[in-house]
Design a binder for this molecule. Structure first.
Ligand code: DI6
Ligand code: FE
Length: 402
């Protein structure tokens, strides 16, 4: 079998569904043709005629799927370091948000930026993720809030893939906050989002999903339902920022609307977890926000396990509640703060993150037919990727076979 490139002498974590743990292969080979995996498995089982002009010996290094950051707000302008200082002096995140700071302060800066400005300020953040082996990233809008600024933010997100070798999935989060000009007319804002922006985002192919921040300081479940109905009509997937600061029934809401994921979930109750399991909704855990807001209530990981809810882990990279651009550190926090196992963390930034984006058929595991997106690690054991803090053992990142 003729292919483009073969990696040999590798230890694999295939993450293939059905294989136990990480799907480890001790003496493994990966072969790529046309950017896709044509073989990943034991050397002993490889096709005898496997051949390629380019053979890379990995000297026993570990090879896993490229990492997937399935929840970020990477595109924004301005910064919130001053707000951080106010929080250090005693103000709370909710107080700052209610006083017109928080998300709305980033909205002011983002509205003033051009698409090119947004791309330029985002690339260093994206590069930090890529340097740790990220090959797929989700990016939400939600800092424009008016039609043109939201569309601009989504265009900037999609443009990132023209500047760097990475797959970008964008999500429309018009329901991040009520914009100031609609403060006295929430229904008017929903009319704009549902009647105009969601159909336009779908028609122009600017995003594949709609997300709603369902919370006391953001949107009610009834408001979220309106937006999910519009998203479904437009053929877009649904996602929810659910139960982050209070139990608003967000997990059950996500399940009822067939959401691909519900994210945060610190305050989710057991019925919500059961509903998610039945609906196949992925729990996206965001320990960076938990850490940075100094939350004390941890997501109900035990309920997710018991009911069989798939768990992903992401950075939630954003200027207000999680200024984090390290998926390796997110894994360490998921283990240390939420008590996820090493295998759960590693599956959470690969296979389950792909599931949370609805793209498990294309990425997230080392399986034939998938995009050849690899992270090659200089570690002795996969556990080191979760255990170390502030250390980057990436040897090489491969995106679509290159
Ligand atoms: N939940 C969060 O933690 C972020 N957005 C959201 O819906 C916060 C975003 C920000 O503070 O800028
Ligand atoms: Fe978020």
């Amino acid at each position: 079998m003729r292919c483009d490139r073969i990696w040999t002498d590798a230890r694999l974590m295939t993450l293939a569904p059905g294989s136990p743990g990480l799907g480890v292969v001790q003496d493994g080979v990966v072969a790529a043709a046309g950017g896709r995996i044509v073989y990943a498995g034991p050397r002993a089982d490889a096709p005898a005629d496997l051949d390629a002009p380019d053979r890379v010996r990995l000297d026993g290094r570990w090879v896993g799927p490229g990492l997937i950051d399935c929840h970020t707000h990477l595109v924004y302008a301005g910064d919130r370091a001053g707000e951080f200082e106010r929080r250090l002096a005693g103000a709370t995140y909710e107080e700052i948000a209610r006083a017109g700071g928080g998300i709305l302060s980033t909205v002011r800066a983002t509205r003033a930026a051009t698409e090119a400005d947004l791309v330029a300020v985002t690339l260093p953040r994206l590069d930090a993720l890529l340097a740790e082996g990220v090959t797929t990233v989700e990016v939400k809008s939600g800092y424009g809030l008016d039609r043109d600024a939201e569309l601009r933010q989504l265009r900037a997100a999609n443009a990132l893939a023209r500047h760097r070798p990475v797959t970008v999935h964008s999500t429309y989060l018009g329901a991040h906050a009520v914009p100031p000009e609609y403060a006295a007319d929430r229904d008017g804002y929903l009319d704009l989002v549902c009647g105009e922006i969601i159909p336009r985002v779908a028609a122009e192919g600017l995003a594949g999903a709609v997300d709603v921040f369902c919370e006391r300081i953001a949107f009610t479940p009834a408001e979220a339902e309106r937006m999910f109905a519009a998203a479904a009509t437009a053929g877009l997937a649904r996602k929810v920022h659910a139960d982050q600061l209070s139990d608003g029934g967000g997990a059950a809401l996500a399940a009822r609307h067939g959401a691909v994921s519900a994210d945060h979930l610190e305050y989710t109750n057991e019925a919500g977890a059961a509903a998610m399991a039945a609906a196949g909704t992925v729990a996206v855990l965001l320990p960076g926000a938990f850490y940075f807001l100094r939350e004390t209530r941890v997501p109900p990981v035990e309920h997710f396990r018991r009911h069989g809810v798939p768990m992903a882990v992401a950075t939630d990279s954003n200027p207000g509640s999680s200024p984090l651009t390290s998926l390796l550190l997110a894994m360490n926090m998921a283990a240390t703060l939420f008590r996820l196992t090493v295998d759960e963390c590693l599956a959470g930034v690969t296979r389950e993150a792909a599931r949370a984006l609805g793209v498990l058929d294309r990425v997230g595991t080392l399986e034939v037919g998938k995009s050849c997106d690899l992270a090659i690690w200089d570690v002795e054991r996969p556990a080191e990727l979760v255990y170390r803090i502030g250390f980057n053992p990436l040897h090489r990142r491969v995106w679509r076979g290159e």
